[in-house]
Design a protein around this ligand. Structure first.
Ligand code: SF4
Ligand code: SF4
Length: 368
């Protein structure tokens, strides 16, 4: 797209009709949980946007979040994202390399300071002065400090940029941390997930370009529209959980019938994310639908707090003894009448343990 080519023409050039563009805007409004009448405002705002500059920094990571955008099976989301903004710097996809690429970043810093959007992917090593990740002779820490503190808005995509992710998991030899911890004081929107879901990232950008502010955030600075609900409460296997119908071994009869994966380690009762509704591959499916438990990739420090991944929810220390969620529920309370109390006790224990956000009631057993 030419630098100031209007968005509708640019999309037309990519074979995306006006009708598909309107459908994209409508989908974004739905994702942001806005009333339908906002569709017109979003369309107008996106058509009038002057292509803000985007700088994408990639640090200690696997490039999975970049891949999540590039391999998006939903062309309008990826294409509109690419055309809405002027992607000036993104190591993995830009044509320039070496000094030429770094000169682009310097130009953006000089010409667009305070106006560009910074996206950060990957954790930031802090041990030994940050030497474990350097680009063009500068540490990731140094680059993040400079670029993010002069941005109009900063988005951390993926688990690693949010809280250090896998790279930060014990024993964390590089001293990796997430962006907010590495550069305290900056305002960041965290889009946790391993990887982030590009539909959520698109919705955040659309909100910002339309209303000139970020959407409402939770205590982890994650947008509430995407991280406000328990996975467990949106899961299509939930009726089996409530009926006490669980998969007990991979490939067993319950597995073939699509029963609940709680006993195979599913962390859906303790994880919040819109994965079950947004899904992947153009909304085709998501891991639990495909037969694998949720490992809570969008939860805080999930490699440490949600593992082992193939065991039911971890034991929760407190009250002098370690008990599992299952013991808290039916061993102690028992019966349907105790469900609400069991939920409250389970949540209290998790809070006491500094555990993950929220949490559902422990599972019932299938009646004999
Ligand atoms: S435990 Fe997992 S599979 Fe079972 S209902 Fe909850 S989210 Fe779905
Ligand atoms: S099912 Fe859970 S672990 Fe898997 S992608 Fe969705 S949120 Fe992440």
């Amino acid at each position: 797209m030419a630098l100031h080519e209007p968005l509708p023409e640019a999309l037309e050039g990519r074979g995306i009709s006006r009708r598909r563009f309107v459908r994209f805007c409508s989908a974004m409004v739905g994702m942001l949980a806005l009333p339908e009448h906002y569709v017109g405002q979003v369309i107008q705002a996106l058509q009038a946007t002057h292509k803000p500059v985007l700088v994408w920094l990639e640090f200690q990571d696997c490039a999975g979040n970049t891949e999540s955008i590039l391999r998006s099976a939903d062309p309008p989301v990826a294409e509109v994202l690419l055309d809405l903004l002027s992607w000036e710097y993104h190591e993995t996809i830009m044509a320039g390399a070496g000094r030429q690429a770094e000169a682009v970043l310097e130009r953006v810093m000089a010409q667009d300071t305070g106006q560009y959007i910074a996206v950060v992917e990957g954790s930031i090593p802090t041990a030994e002065g940050g030497v474990y990740c350097t680009i063009g002779g500068r540490t990731a820490l140094d680059i993040a400090r400079q670029v993010c503190s002069h941005a109009a808005a900063t988005i951390a995509v993926g688990a690693c940029a949010w809280d250090g992710g896998l790279v930060r998991a014990d024993p964390n030899p590089t001293g990796a941390v997430g962006l907010e911890e590495a550069v305290p004081g900056i305002k960041v929107v965290n889009l946790g997930g391993c990887p982030h879901n590009v539909a959520n990232t698109a919705a955040v950008l659309v909100h910002y370009l339309t209303f000139h502010e970020m959407p409402a955030l939770d205590q982890f600075h994650r947008p509430l529209f995407a991280y406000g609900q328990l996975i467990h409460d949106q899961c299509e296997r939930r009726a089996h959980y409530d009926a006490g119908e669980f998969v007990e071994a991979w490939g067993d009869a319950g597995s073939r019938k699509g029963w609940c994966l709680y006993k195979m380690g599913c962390k859906g009762p303790d994880a919040t994310y819109n994965c079950p509704t947004v899904r992947w591959n153009s909304g085709t499916s998501w891991p639990v639908k495909a037969g694998h438990g949720c490992i809570a990739c969008a939860s805080h420090r999930f490699w440490d707090t949600m593992s082992p991944f193939y065991k039911p929810l971890p034991s929760v220390p407190g009250f002098g003894v370690d008990v599992s969620a299952e013991e808290i529920g039916w061993g102690v309370v028992g019966g349907v009448a105790g469900l609400t109390a069991a939920h409250a006790i389970g949540s209290a224990l998790r809070r006491k343990a500094g555990g993950p956000e929220g949490g559902a009631a422990p599972p019932p057993e299938k009646p004999a």
